[in-house]
Design a binder for this molecule. Structure first.
Ligand SMILES: CC(C)(COP(=O)(O)OP(=O)(O)OC[C@H]1O[C@@H](n2cnc3c(N)ncnc32)[C@H](O)[C@@H]1OP(=O)(O)O)[C@@H](O)C(=O)NCCC(=O)NCCS
Length: 423
């Protein structure tokens, strides 16, 4: 499937190759990318692939995180998170990324994985490989003291706040407890959410700690607990900045945050919005309809920017469609095109009951109700885009009247798709 550009060979890499991999990464991303850990044990070596030129020089690497419980509508499934794509500037545009992508697809399919996800440094790259934006993030900037609506239970006194310097070993269990719980909301899954293993969160917190951003203090953590149970957290840092008028204009910048209920979320945000000598809080990774939007009373006082979140690729369409749940009963045939993975092309019949397992997906010889490319299906897969909206943009064609409305209702999901970290 994947063709190797002339003059290069594929090599497997191990932690012994760390110095070379790190040097290559610094070439590819000169600003010391946030996503690449500072230590060799921070990288998923078991999925690391590289290309060397005929002199043995490392020219390209890529790997994938093993997202063992990646969250789908109504399910969780092992999914690779493609990452760390780095090609030396001297070797770019010779097809090395294309070759690494081909290997990634082959290996993920061989492992029985139906999807691949990534977060993109540049948005022009991944559509050609069949990925589409499957979740969206708001970056929200809130002025200090933005008023919040207290939800029921906000006045209870059983919640306590701890504010400490991040200590990866000590804080990892609390962070993971909240992350795992936040994959669910009101008994429904939160699509796109990634719980992490203990080792992985520990590495990530250490990595953030090792990389203070310009002018920012070391990473701090704010933890909300109910009778010692972690209920919400935010990893953040403040910069020291005084305006020309003598007042403080420091920012509070969040790396990640999650909460298990509305009262904990309210207390967390109330404290973040009331840190002395700060003027704004920047929260870069909020899903559309994040509870903070419901808590904030003066949304016009906030500034919101919409960004692409997760990019998703359906590798094995039959398995991918069968492994999620649907929000309405559905029985329809979709005619699919897929330039890169022809096994996905053709007509697929999807039969599902609302909010239930047991979805049936099969090849079909019947006439199709809808036609689209695999990218449109990827955009709708987590419920992040509606099939009707994609049809309005010409990306889905309704062949049988009425089928678009039924399909749109089924592919939607009540909890908006989000992405809790950038990798
Ligand atoms: C982005 C990067 C990985 C691309 O690697 P590459 O080996 O040059 O890519 P390829 O030669 O395989 O290109 C494959 C296709 O992607 C296109 N492409 C590559 N980089 C692109 C970019 N930044 N923007 C738009 N298109 C891009 C190529 O033009 C080519 O298009 P084609 O299919 O129409 O011929 C490499 O330039 C790099 O390491 N950049 C810096 C680090 C980075 O941004 N990594 C991505 C992390 S998400």
């Amino acid at each position: 499937m994947s063709s190797i550009p002339a003059g290069y060979r594929v090599v497997e890499l191990t932690a012994d190759d760390w110095a070379e991999v790190e040097a290559l990464d610094r070439w590819a991303a000169p600003e010391a990318a946030d996503t690449v850990p500072d230590t060799p044990d921070g990288l998923p070596w078991e999925r690391m692939t590289g290309f060397r030129d005929d002199k043995g020089r490392l020219a390209a690497v890529a790997t994938a995180y093993d997202l063992a419980a990646f969250t789908l509508p109504g399910a969780q499934a092992r999914t690779p998170g493609f990452t760390c794509m780095s090609v030396h500037p001297q070797d770019r545009r010779r097809g090395l990324l294309r070759a690494m992508m081909g290997l990634h697809f082959e290996r993920a399919l061989a492992r029985g994985e139906a999807l691949s996800v990534l977060t993109a440094s540049e948005t022009g790259i991944y559509g050609r490989f069949g990925y589409a934006v499957a979740s969206w993030n708001y970056a929200l900037t809130l002025p200090r003291h933005s008023p919040l609506a207290p939800p029921p239970g906000a006045d209870r006194e059983d919640l306590a706040v701890l504010i400490e310097t991040v200590d990866p070993a000590r804080h990892t269990p609390a962070v993971n407890h909240v992350l795992a719980g936040a994959a669910w909301s009101g008994g429904l899954t939160r699509p796109g959410w990634t719980p992490r293993t203990e080792a992985w969160t520990k590495r990530r917190l250490s990595h953030l700690d090792d990389q203070p951003a310009d002018g920012y203090e070391p990473r701090r953590i704010m933890l909300v607990q109910r009778q010692a149970e972690p209920m919400a957290y935010a990893v953040f840092a403040r910069n020291g900045h005084f305006s020309c008028h003598g007042g403080s204009a420091s920012k509070v910048r969040l790396d990640e945050t999650a909460a298990l209920d509305a009262a904990a979320s309210h207390l967390l945000w109330s404290r973040l919005l009331d840190l002395d000598l700060t003027s704004v809080v920047e929260a870069p990774l909020l899903a559309p309809n994040d509870p903070l939007f419901g808590l904030t009373l003066d949304l016009r006082g906030a500034r919101a920017e919409l960004h692409d979140g997760l990019w998703l690729r359906l590798l094995d369409v039959g398995r991918a469609l069968a492994q999620r749940q649907y929000a309405a009963d559905v029985d329809l045939v979709i005619e699919l095109t897929d330039d890169h993975l022809p096994a996905n092309q053709g007509r697929w019949r999807l039969r599902a009951k609302a909010f239930a397992d047991g979805t049936e997906v099969s090849r079909s010889g019947a006439g199709a109700d809808l036609a689209c490319d695999v990218r449109a299906l990827a955009a709708a897969y987590l419920g992040g885009a509606s099939l009707a909206a994609l049809a309005a943009a010409g990306q889905v064609v309704e062949l049988v009247p009425g089928s678009l409305a039924r399909a749109s209702a089924a592919f939607a999901w009540p909890v908006p798709a989000g992405c809790n970290w950038i990798f």
